[in-house]
Design a protein around this ligand. Structure first.
Ligand code: NAD
Length: 490
């Protein structure tokens, strides 16, 4: 097994296929956004169609064993996996911070810790499942949930560890084997996951990892006809491409895609809390799909809100994400910084007002927290996901206009509403066309609730039993004049 020393952690840089570490003839480099000019931190195996097909074949072979485990046997391995993630939390967090630039403390306490929670959640859910059984007209009926087979899991570069576990845990809990393809801008924590999966006791072929470029190895994975499920998190553009491959092979496909969430503040809101939360949408340099990146404020509190917003935004410290005093780290890659700046430059040229920020930092990959007041609701910065520390600011006259503006993009992932009125909270919450609505809070949620987006923000729902159903084939078994004994998942 080849490894790279990343912050003192030996990180495997090969594929993990059928229980073995496997290299490819070529590699790709990954650099740290903390020290881009310091050169590559790892040379990672660059998978091709051959690696993709080998991984799918390993997942097909591994399915015979993992798919036959009882729910309790699977749960045992998944709890062992969660224990290992907790035991290695610091190392995973450090590798992830170096690889993609999110805050180290937040990685440790929030995102890597959530990785363990994801495995525990699905270990618990899989043993709680009860089959539906009933008798009707001399017929005994039972609905059995069968594992569907090898699943492809493709993940993005932001919060890669947490997002990967969120998708891998339900697939494995359902009894499916997986081939995971992480993003080429942040491939390293996935290798630690594969290493821990091996140690936790997943049998060979249950958990496979291939590294490489999306258009190369990713495309070969999703086009493989032996695959039974595809689950993807990333951009709508890539989602469309993968969706075509899934359709070609008639494979169920779920996609968690981009967002352009409204953050709506009514005049009756706790303004301090709302302005603080609004400024914290710069967190993780805005590279958060759920972020409320469109701030919509009731006209009557415009100035008061802006004053408080700027106070909170002024207090944010840009710096090294490993330092306690830092609030905001760099963006992930120079290309992404240029993408973000491109949006701002076009907004400036189109007559939108740059209220604050609007420039990259010259000496690092940070981008200044930016607020833009668009000339119109049709402005590109309002209608397209930027995925950086760039927020827009608009006002509304009344509740009807707030809802109209909030629902006016093609996206529909998440929304936030700030109000002290219970009636308004429910009225507006119900009127928003998004998969999630938070009122007077953000991010915290019950992981058994459905998670996903409307419009171009996604297809299908993850979370709790929703993801388990996606990874299963349901069978109705009918026995004339017979009996059935309901059990847990087969
Ligand atoms: P991306 O679509 O560029 O890449 C995502 C993954 O797809 C990567 O692993 C990439 O290698 C792979 N890929 C690219 N082309 C492929 C192809 N032709 N076939 C197969 N795989 C291919 O997305 P990104 O830039 O990595 O991530 C940012 C996007 O992800 C944003 O739009 C963000 O909102 C979204 N996102 C959504 C959620 C959610 O839960 N809804 C969570 C995080 C990120």
């Amino acid at each position: 097994m080849r490894t790279a020393d990343v912050g003192g952690v030996a990180v495997p840089v090969d594929h993990f296929i059928g229980g073995e570490w496997v290299s490819s003839p070529t590699t790709f480099e990954t650099r740290s956004p903390l020290d881009w000019d310091g050169g590559p931190i790892a040379q990672v195996a660059r998978g091709d169609a051959e690696a993709a097909n080998a991984a799918v074949d390993a997942a097909v072979a591994g399915f015979a064993e993992w798919g036959s485990y009882t729910p309790h046997q699977r749960a045992e391995v998944m709890h062992a996996m969660a224990d290992l993630i907790e035991a290695h939390n610091d190392e995973i967090a450090m590798v992830e911070t170096l690889d993609m630039g999110f805050m180290y403390e937040s990685m440790k306490n929030r995102l890597v810790a959530r990785g363990a929670v994801n495995f525990r959640l699905y270990a618990d859910l899989i043993v709680q499942h009860e089959e539906r059984a009933w008798e009707a007209k001399n017929m005994a009926n039972v609905v059995q949930r069968m594992p569907s087979g090898p699943a492809i899991v493709i993940t993005p570069w932001n919060a890669p560890f947490m997002l990967s576990t969120w998708k891998l845990a339900p697939a494995l809990a359902a009894g499916n084997t997986v081939v995971h393809k992480p993003a080429e801008w942040s491939p390293l924590s996935a290798a630690l996951l594969a290493e821990l999966a091996n140690e936790a006791g997943f049998p060979a072929g249950a958990y496979n990892l291939v590294q490489g470029i999306g258009e190369e190895v990713g495309a070969a994975l999703v086009e493989n006809p032996k695959v039974r499920r595809i689950t993807f998190t990333g951009s709508p553009e890539t989602g469309r491409i993968i969706g075509k491959a899934a359709a070609q092979n008639l494979v169920p496909f779920t996609a968690e895609l981009g967002g352009k969430g409204p953050l709506i503040v009514f005049a009756d809101a706790d303004l301090d809390a709302a302005a603080h939360r609004a400024a914290w949408q710069f967190d993780d340099s805005g590279q958060v799909c759920l972020a409320g990146s469109r701030i919509l404020v009731e006209e009557s509190i415009r100035e008061e809100f802006l004053t408080k917003f700027h106070e909170h935004a002024d207090a944010l410290v840009l710096g090294d994400p490993r330092d306690d005093g830092t609030d905001i780290g760099p963006v992930v890659h120079p290309d992404h910084r240029d993408n973000v700046h491109g949006f701002v430059e076009r907004a400036r040229a189109a007559g939108d007002t740059i209220v604050r920020g609007g420039e990259p930092v010259e000496t690092s990959l940070h981008y200044l927290p930016t607020l833009i007041e668009p000339a119109s609701n049709d402005s590109e910065v309002v209608q397209r996901e930027i995925f950086g520390p760039v927020l827009t600011f608009q006002t509304f006259a009344d509740e009807a206009e707030a809802i109209e503006l909030a629902n006016s993009t093609e996206y529909g992932l998440a929304a936030m509403v700030w109000t002290t009125s219970q009636e308004r909270a429910e009225r507006v919450g119900r009127a928003l066309r998004t998969g999630l609505v938070w009122v007077n809070t953000f991010l915290v949620r019950d992981l058994t609730a459905p998670f996903g987006g409307c419009g171009i923000s996604g297809i299908g729902r993850e979370g709790g039993d929703h993801a388990l159903e996606f990874h299963s084939d349901l069978k109705t078994l009918m026995i004339l004049n017979g009996t059935v004994t309901p059990t847990g998942t087969a």
